[in-house]
Design a protein around this ligand. Structure first.
Ligand code: S3P
Length: 449
């Protein structure tokens, strides 16, 4: 009998887990995959549910550690959120502006979306005092990008390193509306300002240099807020004070999680995978555009709409890939998929260039440094550039000892690389995958049978 493709060992005396991946050649990925709920939409559904009057029901919520952090923070401020499960979560909100002052520090864990979006909400709750923090990774990530526009609105925020790092303290205020020209295309910055705008009298507008994901705008509208978007000027406006009413939210599968199977299906020979129920919001589908340009065989089936978001099933069959250039306005549309696209590029003919991706340096890890160094340990030829990567494809990968840097997307990208490497790859600190995809290792095992 051949050895299992994936074995998992837990390190004694710590929560660290290593994945050992040894493809018993030849493997082919066959069958259908259920994708966990979209992380961005899950956070927003919990937050808006907490801010709305009445009951919000959420179907398909991601049960990862990040949405758990959001739920814990909003429970600490009085929202009644049922036990989290993917079938049905109910949220009994307090109504806009009525969150209670928590008697403890709000801990966003590893989740930048929780912390940054929540800051917009807290800053606009007058007469309440909040302290917020996160784990080692989050406490090193830049918060000044949210502090600056909120201060322009009149917010009072203090923190480490000139008020740019968590832990942060926030004294809620009645804010004033602004038109914020964001220097970066960031949905977290845009959403923080627009969330503050919901509770602020007048029109609050954010203009971005390129369009970032628009889940907040879609969900604000569904909950009853006045939202205007100007696609040409790349701006979004909310009219406050808004009235949010509880809604029924259906969370589609996360295309950022589907991305691992899209790349795996493309690069593992003789694969044929159906990835079901994936959100295909155009602000998120850069991965599809790039993989198709590289020659991937991907088709969209059964297109439909669920609670204001477009959804489809994605079929991927293996095919030869060629290099491409990833730069400019597409970056926000595939910002979380660059690590796994680097794996695809390592298997493609020619040299793939990634530019304008400096934002990857301030994600859960420095993703440019992490993916370049770890793929190179496996025999890839990846050169790090200040704002991107240069990946000379077509060099065979070999098994190696690699590290996730405690970053969920690095752990899972390396697992996909391991499927096409010769020998055993050991991925240390692979437990990070539970941030966005707790079932990833189990799914990998079933697909490789
Ligand atoms: C997110 C926005 C993106 C993305 C993150 C989720 C969101 O971050 O990388 O995983 O839900 O708004 P930035 O806004 O920092 O680009």
């Amino acid at each position: 009998m051949s050895a299992p493709v994936l074995t998992i060992t837990a390190a004694a005396e710590s929560s660290a887990t290593a994945w050992h991946i040894q493809p018993t050649h030849p493997i082919a990925l066959q069958g259908s995959v259920q994708i966990p709920g979209d992380k961005s939409i899950s956070h927003r559904a919990l937050m808006l549910g907490a801010l709305a009057t009445g009951e919000t029901t959420i179907r398909g919520l991601l049960l990862g550690e990040d949405p758990r952090s959001t739920a814990a923070c909003f429970r600490a401020m009085g929202a009644q959120i049922s036990e989290l499960n993917p079938e049905l979560v109910t949220v009994r909100g307090l109504g806009l502006g009525l969150l209670q002052e928590p008697d403890r520090v709000l801990d966003a864990g590893n989740s930048g979306t929780t912390l940054r979006l929540m800051m917009g909400i807290l800053a606009s709750h007058p007469d309440r005092f909040f302290t917020v923090t996160g784990d080692d990774s989050l406490r090193s990530r830049p918060m000044g990008r949210v502090v600056a526009p909120l201060r322009q609105m009149g917010a009072q925020i203090w923190g480490r390193k000139g008020d740019t790092l968590a832990p942060l303290a926030i004294k809620g205020q009645q804010l004033k509306p602004i038109h914020y020209q964001s220097p970066i295309a960031s949905a977290q910055v845009k959403s923080a300002v627009l969330l503050a705008g919901l509770m602020t009298e007048g029109q609050t507008t954010v203009t971005e240099p390129a369009l970032s994901r628009d889940h907040s705008e879609r969900m604000f509208r569904a909950f009853g807020a006045g939202v205007m978007v100007d696609p040409e000027r790349l701006s979004a406006t909310v009219v406050g004070p808004a009235q949010l009413r509880g809604q029924s939210v259906i969370v589609p599968g996360d295309i950022s999680s589907a991305a691992f199977w899209l790349v795996a299906g493309a690069i593992v020979p003789d694969s044929n995978l159906l990835i079901e129920n994936v959100g295909i919001n155009p602000t998120r589908t850069g991965i599809l555009d790039v993989l198709l340009e590289m020659g991937a065989d991907i088709t969209l089936e059964n297109r439909r709409e669920a609670a204001g978001e477009p959804v489809a099933d994605l079929r991927v069959r293996s095919s030869a890939l060629k290099a491409c250039t990833i730069e400019g306005a597409i970056l926000p549309r595939l910002i979380d998929e660059i690590p796994v696209l680097a794996v695809a590029a390592a298997m493609a003919q020619g040299t793939t260039i990634v530019r304008d991706a400096e934002e990857l340096r301030v994600k859960e890890s420095d993703r440019l440094a992490a993916i370049a160094s770890q793929l190179n340990r496996m025999g890839a030829r990846v050169t790090e550039r200040p704002d991107g990567l240069e990946i000379a494809g077509g060099h065979p990968l070999n098994g190696a000892e690699v590290d996730s840097f405690t970053d969920h997307r690095i752990a899972m990208s390396l697992a996909i690389a391991a499927l096409v490497a010769t020998g055993t790859t050991t991925i240390h600190r692979a437990e990070a995958a539970a941030i966005s995809y707790p079932a990833f290792a189990d799914t990998l095992k079933t697909l490789c049978l």
